[in-house]
Design a binder for this molecule. Structure first.
Ligand code: BEZ
Ligand code: MG
Length: 585
């Protein structure tokens, strides 16, 4: 019996391992920086087209290729299968056929691809041709590149044709590039499509929390960004509304300004309390949406429902009963910077190593973001009133934090903004609740709504980017800038230790082995950009000094030596430079 159980456990582990490997293998990563004026390469183009073809586009009469293939093969419930965590032979079969069809399309055009799909999977050409025609247009637009010409026109102060700002997979109308990006009509947010995708994502988020904690979170903190909600037409906003259990209603001018309460029987779960920390860009672009979110919390707080099914009402009533707050204060959930201010500054503090303890970072986040966007007791709109105690109170009930990832190209270690926001809020919550919240992210662009913990996401990004030779060799093609990008990734990874203790020590070990302890790589990096090598080495030493990594003494010695010899080298360069200058004088 015991050995049977062990072998089952072993099989389950092997299965999980295989899923993780497949996930890393299939993850889309940028293999170099974008060069202005240069079109996408063939492989990159095929990957993009495959992603574009994974979604139905009813407005263009085009169907998702995976659904067409599944239907033609007689596979029932394929949409559900895609949402499952485990990969299956069926999914691999369908995805393999789609990948091959897109490859054939790239090589020989729409007719050939459509005919091949008919013979391989029995998909009617009538059904697949509209999708391939759409891909043809996109492929042509990917090949034409007006970026340099538009840049020159812009520099001459000439007119630039406008185009929507979004992700290409979400909205292929962003092509051709090189146009003047415009945003969205804030009143159109969230779109119908965004709301239906948000339901799946928010349900998956609650499901994941439930699996790990055996109950729903008392309150969630969401990070909402402007560009992200432009790209997804308001998925983040829609997630907040769905968690609260309301849906947007359009007025006579088709503006999403009203709300409808979703009955508990339909929701089939409690209404979750949501604290929204909103970027300065979001606040500037989506003023009516800020009002909608505030209105949603107020509406839910006043519903006549039992506390165990309406956490907003429970939390608000608790504060009022304790005599700690009036209704208008107790219900405040939308926070951002003071008007005219942007960002949390947590990233700058981490990058400059200018912080005493993790508490400093959590405090800074609240100091920057504690401005309430709400209404006062007479119903007047309040735009950015300092409300530190209200934010601290709202955060003191938060049990999980969440942010969407809106692009395959920019992930949580590519830029410092993810850790300044999601890391910053998580640290702020931890300080108030004295326990680390569960921290989650989701790729809002893939057909599969996969919720990952922050730790899983850091591991995935490290394996698929920072430690992946395909990624770093792609960067190194850019010489000096490429090494700076590698260093940036290490610094941003460190940001996740500083704000959320989310980095496994082995990641630092592998970084040091890959970039500093391998003599050939070390020499290459030094020749290309000694400044970034110095910063990278210093960052690893800082990770050790702050207790995030405990390498062997030998490794530490090597890192210290590297800093010493680079300092000597750089001092030598500056001395000889001084000597040159004095001669010239
Ligand atoms: C935003 O889109 O709101 C955003 C973008 C970059 C950094 C922070 C926020
Ligand atoms: Mg940097």
């Amino acid at each position: 019996m015991r050995s049977k159980l062990n072998s089952l456990e072993r099989d389950a582990r092997v299965m999980r391992l295989s899923e993780e490997l497949i996930e890393i293998e299939q993850r889309l990563i940028p293999t170099g920086l974008h060069i202005l004026g240069r079109s996408a390469e063939q492989r990159e183009k095929a990957d993009l087209l495959r992603m574009v073809a994974s979604f139905d586009r009813p407005e263009q009469g085009a169907f998702a290729l995976p659904s067409l293939v599944a239907e033609a093969l007689g596979i029932d419930g394929y949409d559900k299968l895609v949402q499952e965590r485990t990969t299956s032979e069926t999914r691999e079969l369908v995805e393999g056929i789609v990948a091959e069809a897109v490859q054939r399309f790239c090589e020989a055009g729409e007719e050939t691809a459509s005919n091949w799909l008919k013979s391989r999977a029995g998909v009617d050409s009538e059904k697949s041709l509209p999708t391939f025609s759409m891909l043809k247009l996109i492929a042509e637009q990917l090949d034409s590149n007006n970026e340099l010409e538009s840049l020159m026109r812009a520099l001459r102060g000439e007119y630039i044709v406008p185009g929507p700002g979004a992700d290409i997979v979400q909205n292929p109308l962003v092509l051709p590039t090189g146009r003047n990006t415009h945003a969205v009509n804030p009143y159109s947010v969230p779109s119908h499509a965004a709301f239906s995708r948000a339901k799946a994502t928010a349900d998956a988020l609650l499901c994941r929390y439930m699996e790990e904690h055996g109950r729903y979170p008392r309150a969630l903190a969401l990070v909402l960004w402007g560009l992200d909600n432009i790209k997804t037409q308001g998925e983040g906003v829609a997630q907040a509304l769905w968690l609260l259990g309301v849906r947007p209603v359009r007025d006579a001018l088709n503006r999403a300004t009203e709300l409808e309460v979703i009955p508990l029987e339909e929701l089939q779960r409690p209404r979750i309390d949501v604290v929204m920390t909103v970027s300065g860009i979001f606040r500037d672009l989506f003023a009516p949406t800020m009002t909608l979110l505030d209105k949603a919390v107020r509406r839910v707080a006043t519903l006549d429902e039992p506390f165990e099914l309406n956490y907003v009402r429970r939390n608000v009533s608790e504060r009022i009963t304790e005599g700690l707050s009036e209704f208008d204060d107790a219900v405040t959930r939308v926070f951002s910077n003071a008007p005219g201010n942007y960002g949390t500054n947590v990233n700058f503090m981490v990058m400059d190593s200018q912080w005493e303890s993790e508490k400093t970072l959590g405090d800074l986040f609240v100091t920057r973001k504690c401005f309430a966007y709400t209404r006062d007791s007479s119903g007047r709109i309040v735009e950015g009133r300092e409300a530190r105690h209200l934010m601290e109170d709202a955060l003191s009930r938060v049990e999980a934090t969440y942010q969407n990832l809106d692009s395959f190209e920019v992930g949580i270690t590519d830029v410092d903004h993810y850790f300044e926001y999601l890391g910053g809020i998580s640290r702020a919550v931890e300080m108030r609740t004295k326990s680390r919240p569960a921290i989650y992210l989701c790729d809002s662009l893939s057909p599969q709504t996969k919720i990952r913990s922050l730790e899983e996401t850091v591991r995935l990004e490290s394996r698929s980017k920072t430690l992946n030779p395909k990624w770093y060799e792609g960067m190194l093609k850019h010489g000096f800038r490429g090494v700076a990008e590698i260093e940036n990734h290490v610094a941003n990874t460190f940001g996740w230790s500083a704000t959320a203790n989310a980095v496994d020590p082995w990641i630092y070990t592998e970084i040091s082995k890959t970039f500093l302890l391998d003599p050939i790589m070390f020499k290459r990096l030094l020749e290309l950009n000694p400044h970034s090598v110095r910063s990278l080495t210093n960052r690893l030493l800082e990770a050790h000094n702050r207790g995030y990594w405990n390498p062997d003494e030998e490794v530490l010695e090597k890192l210290r030596e590297t800093i010493g010899s680079l300092d000597d080298q750089m001092a030598g360069v500056s001395r000889s430079h001084d000597a040159d200058t004095s001669v010239a004088c």
